[in-house]
Structure formats: structure tokens, C-alpha cells
Ligand binder design. Structure first.
Ligand code: PLP
Length: 405
């Protein structure tokens, strides 16, 4: 699917064709997005919102147009609900801080056992700062979320539930619409970490009915350094700002400061207006292909790779085996004596054969500890991956396992 649009994929790595299978970490950029950054710096580089000169007006229009594009992409009610951040991590930190300002000692926050550190540590920090209780929803033996246990954690002190849409280790999706419905019955605010769903699945915030949703541009073919915190307007309006300075103010005196309207109240400092332009181009690019088409393509790749891994390797442990995956699959391979081949060694040898995968704890150490291993090998797909990437992976993995066994 359109791999010719991605110049980096035409490279050779160690004399081999590049099979880039580390898309969960970051995606490659199409020429249209790369060119848009050059175009922006060449044609309308001027700080936004402040000046009256023409370049600044054009830059501001592009930035606000990108906000509209993002709002349309996730079906937000309006663009005021789109706060530009540095990425998912920054978005979750923003939400944790500002929501946290409204919570009191003894209140409870829930995360799940499959969270990325970016959706765990900010809440842990908040709980320490405000003396709240952090509770963790467990997984079932098949590694899916134990929703029955999650709902048992809900009580009158539960104020926030922050949970991944798709796990960055397991690739499986949580039933977030149902979870949001149950949480709302208990007046719990729900944040969805959509870092790994936004590139792989259609995401509709009105359908999900989440209160907040966070994601990064670089994981959906856009630039690094920019992301989004979506928040329902009526909730964002009630919350205090996160950082001070720049466009987040209305009036400032030494005695007092009043704050700007949404979404600017949450956007301190010069926004990444070059990044937002390129981000908009990335979203237009995927919209042209269609998120449903991308989702179907990547589900098929996941099914194919899971089948081939099982067929080719006797001693393989695939995590969340047999459960539908969206773009991400993790596994380990054992030697005949039952010892684990270190995922790092596998990733190193694959790299020598042009195959880029991730190994380690994938910033989800508590989940990896739960799996009882030092890490996993993680293969993750993008829209440009094809069957030949899987063939190259399987051939390179066979060689690597022979060497390491
Ligand atoms: N949440 C999940 C599920 C992720 O996979 C990642 C990145 O891998 C993040 C959060 C953090 O994203 P970023 O580093 O772009 O802030």
C-alpha cells in the first residue's frame, strides 16, 4: 500500500532491503509530509496568533486549519476541543495535572495493567502529589483486560480512569465504548490513550464518548514533537491551565492573570505551527487511503505473521495468541532446553538482515514483569508494510534462531 511515497523505505540496511517493522515506536513519513515542512519554512514561517503582518496571518490560518483537520479526523464536536501538545506523553501529563487540581486526598485513579509508562507515571506522580490512591485493573490469563474486575474497582471515590485503546505490547484493543459507558454510570472521567489506536483504527470520540483522548502525530505518519489532547469542551472549560505563559492568558498584571478561552488556555508558549501544518498533511494522507482500509490491511498482516510464526517456530510464545491484533504483535522464542533467546539478541541479528523490530520492555515494564520475561520481540506494522516484509522477517528470524539456539 503506497510504500513508494515513503523515501526512507527505499534504503538498503547492511546490504539488505529494509523491512521496517517498528511502527509502534514511530512511523515513517510520506514525501507529502516531508515536503510540507520545507514548504512551511519556505513560505509562511512567522509566529502565530500575535502579529498582524501577512506571514503571521497565513501561519495562523494554517495552524487553525490543522486543528480543524484533527477535529474532523476524530469527529470532535468542534476544534476548541483539540489542544495541541508535544505528543501523547505531554497530553496525558497535561490532563493528569489539570484534572488533578480538582481532586482531593483519598480520591482514586484507575489505570490498567497493560499501560505504557506514559499512561502510568503521570498518574502515579499525581497520586503522590495529591495523596490519591492509584488502582490497577488486572488482566485475564489470556492477557485481555479483566473488565469484571475493573468494574469492581469503581466506587464513590473513583474520579478518573485512564486506559489504552490498543496495547503497545500486545496489539489487542480494549472494549473502550463499553468501559466508558460503565465508568460514566459512576461519574468517572475517562481518558483514552490512543497512541496505538490512532494509526491503526478509525477513532470517533463522539461514538466512544470518552472525556479525554491523547495521541501523537509521529505515530500516524506525521512529524515528531506534536500531538493532541482531545477533551470535551464542557470539562476543559472547568479545568485550570497546566502551564503558564504565551497565548494561554487573557490579561496579565502583577496581581492577577486571567486565562484565554479554549483551546489556548492549555497551549502555553509558541505552538509548533510548522508541525501542525505537517500533521494536517499526514492526516489528509491517511484519510485519502481510508482508516477502514488501513485497519483491514494491518489486521490481515497481523493474522498472516501470527500464522507464519506458529508454523515456522516450534518453541514460540506469542502473547495474546489468537486474539485479533491491530498492527502490533509480541513474541519470544525458546531454545530446546526451554531457555529464552534474549529478545535483544534476536533484534540485533534481524537488523543485520535489514529487518527493524523492537525488543525490550517497550515502556511497559509492569506488563513485561507480569509476563515473567525480560522483554519481548515486537513486530509492528504500518500502512506501507506488505507480505514481502513478513517473508523477509520469517527468513531472517529462522537464521537468527539457528545461530542463537
Ligand atoms: N502510550 C502508548 C500506548 C504508546 O505506545 C506510546 C509510545 O510508544 C505513548 C503512550 C507515548 O507516546 P509519545 O512518546 O509519542 O509521547
Amino acid at each position: 500500500m503506497n510504500s513508494q511515497d515513503f523515501p526512507i523505505l527505499g534504503q538498503q540496511i547492511h546490504g539488505h532491503r529494509l523491512a521496517y517493522l517498528d511502527n509502534a515506536a514511530t512511523t515513517q513519513k510520506p514525501q507529502q509530509v516531508i515536503d510540507s515542512i520545507s514548504y512551511a519554512y519556505s513560505h509562511f514561517n512567522a509566529n502565530i496568533h500575535r502579529a498582524t503582518h501577512t506571514l503571521a496571518t497565513i501561519a495562523t490560518e494554517h495552524h487553525e486549519h490543522a486543528r480543524q483537520t484533527v477535529a474532523g479526523f476524530i469527529n470532535a464536536r468542534n476544534a476548541k476541543e483539540i489542544v495541541f501538545t508535544k505528543g501523547t506523553t505531554d497530553a496525558i501529563n497535561t490532563a493528569a495535572f489539570t484534572i488533578g487540581e480538582t481532586l482531593s486526598e483519598g480520591d482514586e485513579v484507575i489505570v490498567s495493567a497493560m499501560e505504557h509508562h506514559s499512561n502510568l507515571v503521570p498518574w502515579q506522580m499525581l497520586c503522590q502529589r495529591k495523596k490519591l490512591k492509584l488502582r490497577v485493573a488486572p488482566l485475564k490469563d489470556d492477557l485481555t483486560l479483566d473488565t469484571a474486575q475493573l468494574y469492581k474497582l469503581f466506587n464513590s471515590r473513583t474520579k478518573v480512569l485512564s486506559i489504552a485503546h490498543v496495547s503497545n505490547v500486545l496489539g489487542i484493543a480494549n472494549p473502550i465504548e463499553k468501559i466508558v459507558k460503565e465508568a460514566h454510570k459512576n461519574n468517572i472521567i475517562v481518558l483514552i490513550d490512543a497512541a496505538q489506536s490512532i494509526p491503526h483504527l478509525p477513532v470517533d470520540v463522539q461514538k466512544i464518548d470518552c472525556d479525554f483522548l491523547a495521541f501523537s502525530a509521529h505515530k500516524i505518519y506525521g512529524p515528531t514533537g506534536i500531538g493532541v489532547l482531545y477533551g470535551k469542551q464542557e470539562i476543559l472549560e472547568q479545568l485550570p491551565p497546566y502551564q503558564g505563559g504565551g497565548e494561554m492568558i487573557n490579561h496579565v498584571s502583577f496581581e492577577n492573570t486571567t486565562y484565554n478561552t479554549l483551546p489556548y488556555k492549555f497551549e502555553a508558549g509558541t505552538p509548533d505551527f510548522i508541525g501542525s501544518y505537517a500533521f494536517g498533511k499526514a492526516l489528509e494522507y491517511v484519510e485519502n487511503i481510508g482508516m477502514e482500509n488501513i485497519a483491514e490491511h494491518e489486521r490481515n498482516l497481523c493474522r498472516l505473521v501470527e500464522r507464519q510464526l506458529k508454523e515456522k517456530f516450534n518453541n514460540i510464545k506469542i502473547y495474546a495468541e489468537g486474539i485479533e491484533k491491530s498492527g502490533v504483535i509480541s513474541f519470544n522464542i525458546l531454545r530446546n532446553d526451554g531457555s529464552l533467546i534474549h529478545p535483544y539478541d534476536i533484534a540485533m541479528l534481524l537488523d543485520q538482515q535489514g529487518v527493524a523490530v523492537r525488543s525490550g520492555h517497550h515502556c511497559a515494564e509492569p506488563l513485561i514483569n507480569l509476563l515473567g520475561v525480560v522483554g519481548t520481540v515486537r513486530v509492528s506494522f504500518g500502512l506501507y508494510n506488505e507480505e514481502n516484509d513478513i517473508n523477509q522477517l520469517i527468513a531472517a528470524l529462522s537464521k537468527s534462531v539457528d545461530i542463537l539456539s
